[in-house]
Design a protein around this ligand. Sequence first.
Ligand code: ADP
Ligand code: ZN
Length: 524
Amino acid sequence: MTQRDPRAVLSEVFGYESFRGDQEEIIRHVAAGGDAVVLMPTGGGKSLCYQIPAICREGTGIVLSPLVALMHDQVAALRLAGVRAGALNSAMDPEERREVERAYREGELELLYLAPERLSAPGTVELLRQGRIALFAIDEAHCVSQWGHDFRPDYLRLGALAELWPDVPRIALTATATPATHRELTERLHLDRARHFVSSFDRPNIRYRIEPKAQVRQQLVRFIREEHAGEAGIVYALSRKRVEQTAAQLREAGIDAVPYHAGLPAEERFAAQTRFLREDGVVVVATIAFGMGIDKPDVRFVAHIDLPKSVEGYYQETGRAGRDGLPSETWMAYGLADVVQQRQFIESSDGDAAAQRNQIEHLNHMLALCETTDCRRVYLLRYFGEEAGQPCGNCDVCLDPPKLWDATIPAQKLLSTIVRISKERGRTYAAGQHIDVLRGVGSERASQMRLDELSTWGIGQDLSVAQWRGVVRHLIATGLLESRGEWGVLAPTEASRGVLYGGEKVEMREEVLARKAGGSGGAK
Ligand code: ADP
Ligand code: ZN
């Protein structure tokens, strides 16, 4: 049987006229039996990259996808387009499952969606052997990376596909991979012969804005009313309670807002989602559970009222704005309290020390994005391994450059205090103790350890505790300091040598310095 032509499938099955970006090249490569690693931003059109080759090739395309809810949506959409698709997951009843298994065995399916954990369930490999496999697609492939932001242990088993089916092409796809994650997923999935397709992650129609948190709900209402009245948008919050409170407050302010989180009854969630998709100008206030697989092209804004846990998460969530390519905006308010709360959350979680450090690292990169004094887009693209070149002209920093404050001398004072205490007293402390030394605040420990005899004792009285906290946080955010362990013990990084000995400058946002609120324990 000859293969169907990808272009014919694109128009006849999906009703589109032309491929986008790298799609055609990826599809032809995989349809011809090659392995591929695809890095493409949210909304870039990853699904077609495996759906079309699966339809073109003989046999069934097996799609490993982590989200059961999403799986069903995809299968339903494919069936509507006339594609023979099915799914196997633990939420199905046995009868349904048997029917899908039979259809697969008898070669009736073009696509079969599987949750990765199914692969290790008894009988699954045997079942797959009884049919003919066109390809394996590994969606959200960054989940295999232990140092990524969304590790899922079940993904580790997917490396075995290379040995079990050495002749079946495999395509791994993700919208969020830093260069390190890209390398790791290639290795762990044994994709050493794959071609790599890396699209630009830039979303030029999205404007990025991040501002200090004061009265966040009022700020949010102002943002929506004054700049996006009557437009569709998503507001992300971290907890269910905050989702509900915020939705209620927006409604009081006359904004058509609906809450969405995993704790709501299914009907209510479904109703919220349907209204958002079908009506104009609905604002969904949601936890991050909302948005995956929701394909609404004209979302005009995405707002965050809590700090996301990673730049990857932030980029994925903000990426849901403006899929239609029209001007869209993302807005976030962040404050010291966010950082403190998230660090505490991480430190009290039951992950091992390495996993916690990994999460703190992700959080610090997120903080660095908030505090950057350069173009936000340049920062974001560089984070994902892309050299962006010029400032973008479409982010808050470019449009309204922050006032800067030269923090070189305070940074040097702080760094040398830490270095001295470690060298001369053999001790490490958290931020609070170092700030006490700088401000010359005595204590039992200070006299016991003779901290008051250090040459940096009292040389930082010109700054308040809150301002020193701001300096500490900035140095952590920019990778000059590390905060370690349960107590947040401070340690200078290799990069700090440039500031201490190499004449490098440290510049901070003046507003960070001026901020009084939340002075307790910013960087802990
Ligand atoms: P991703 O998985 O990369 O986030 P999707 O595969 O969900 O993106 O695609 C995003 C949207 O773009 C979907 O509505 C999809 O139908 C549409 N799309 C994808 N490829 C094309 C194309 N070549 N022409 C027109 N629309 C497309
Ligand atoms: Zn910019």
